[in-house]
Design a protein around this ligand. Structure first.
Ligand SMILES: [Zn+2]
Length: 90
């Protein structure tokens, strides 16, 4: 897996920085950008790629959230309708 995703945005100090994601994180980030502004749960993102690997998606979403470009909250998933931890582009 060699996917790379780069996002440019201000950090907490207001300075514009390039954030680079690789592997699962890049693919999940790309997915959430494509389907913004919808919230998706980890399970649905995993199912959409036939990965059968929710823990991997959860790890990717936590990295995306830490970048400051994505928001992760407990809310209704737009795909399965369940209230779970969901992520979307800010
Ligand atoms: Zn879902």
């Amino acid at each position: 897996m060699s996917a790379i995703l780069q996002l440019i945005g201000p950090n907490t100090a207001g300075i514009f920085v390039i954030t680079t994601f690789v592997g699962y994180t890049a693919i999940v980030g790309d997915f959430l950008i494509r389907y913004q502004p919808d919230y998706f749960c980890d399970q649905c993102i995993s199912d959409n790629y036939y990965w059968n690997n929710r823990p991997r998606v959860q790890k990717a979403c936590l990295k995306l959230e830490a970048s400051g470009h994505f928001r992760r909250i407990r809310f209704k998933c737009c795909q399965c309708g369940q209230t779970r931890k969901v992520t979307r582009l800010l």
